[in-house]
Design a protein around this ligand. Structure first.
Ligand SMILES: O=C(COP(=O)(O)O)[C@@H](O)CO
Length: 257
């Protein structure tokens, strides 16, 4: 039997450390309004504020389908680890997901593949969905980029349950904080390569990040499951436009049942 299963699209936003607490609160209130009137069916939306804004954000987003996440996590649940935040604390604070291994954490804070792997395993153990960030450092051919990203992916997920839900955020490091995203041709090629390489992990979805904004998703022909936005979502109207485009990309595909 053939079943028509809608292909869901995922849109995420990380606020990094751009906004203070009051500014984050008003952005989240605006986001709650967008979620109420402009979140298309079939589009999953998540948002990742700083740790200090998690509780306020949870309140702003109460009653909306927007999922809340954190920007980092430690790999132990409790103990003498000054300054760290545990996966179980994030669950208590209302998080459904946690970002792990962002390029900025790898570059500025020395996070190695081993550290990223420990954090990924701890997040899964606590029932959080890891938003696992991978990305090639420099511009290269698509096949090489896939290899570089898959090396990071394998190191981070070794020993984890392949059935655990996972969101892979592929972000070419050279495209983060840039004027423009990677070209649609490049995203389509690497997206297809990563999808093929990730094939045995059915619960894994793939999103693209790196200067993503309005106009990009509809050029990608479904090569990725969605976008991870940074600066270009600070203007809530940009996010509204991206969500509308995501709604256009929710399409049925045939699924043998
Ligand atoms: O780093 C990211 C992209 O940031 P941009 O400001 O869009 O370049 C990604 O993790 C989303 O925050």
């Amino acid at each position: 039997m053939q079943l028509e299963v809608p292909r869901r699209v995922v849109i995420g936003v990380s606020l990094k450390m751009y906004m203070g607490l009051a500014q984050t609160k008003s952005w989240m209130d605006a986001l709650a309004g967008v979620a109420a009137d402009a979140l298309p069916d079939g589009v999953d939306l998540f948002v990742i504020p700083s740790f200090l804004s998690l509780r306020d954000s949870r309140d702003s987003l109460a009653g909306t389908p927007v999922m809340l996440g954190a920007q980092d996590v430690f790999w132990e649940d409790a103990g003498a680890f000054t300054g760290e935040i545990s996966p179980t604390m994030l669950v208590e604070a209302g998080c459904r997901m946690v970002e792990i291994g962002h390029a900025e954490r790898r570059r500025l804070f020395g996070e190695t593949d081993e550290v990223v792997g420990r954090k990924t395993a701890a997040a899964i153990r606590a029932g959080l969905v890891p938003v696992l960030c991978i990305g090639e450092e420099a511009r290269m051919e698509p096949a090489q980029a896939v290899d570089a990203c898959m090396r990071q992916f394998r190191a981070a997920t070794e020993g984890t349950d392949p059935a655990a839900p996972l969101l892979v955020a592929w972000e070419p490091v050279w495209a983060i904080g840039a004027a423009e995203p990677a070209s649609p041709d490049f995203i389509r090629a690497v997206g297809a390569g990563l999808r093929a390489a990730l094939g045995d992990r059915a619960a894994t979805r793939l999103i693209y990040g790196g200067s993503a904004g309005p106009g990009l998703l509809r050029q990608l022909d479904g090569a990725v499951d969605g976008l991870f936005l940074g600066r270009f979502a600070h203007d809530i109207d940009n996010l509204r436009r991206v969500l509308a485009e995501a709604g256009e990309c929710v399409s049925p595909f045939s699924h043998a049942g």
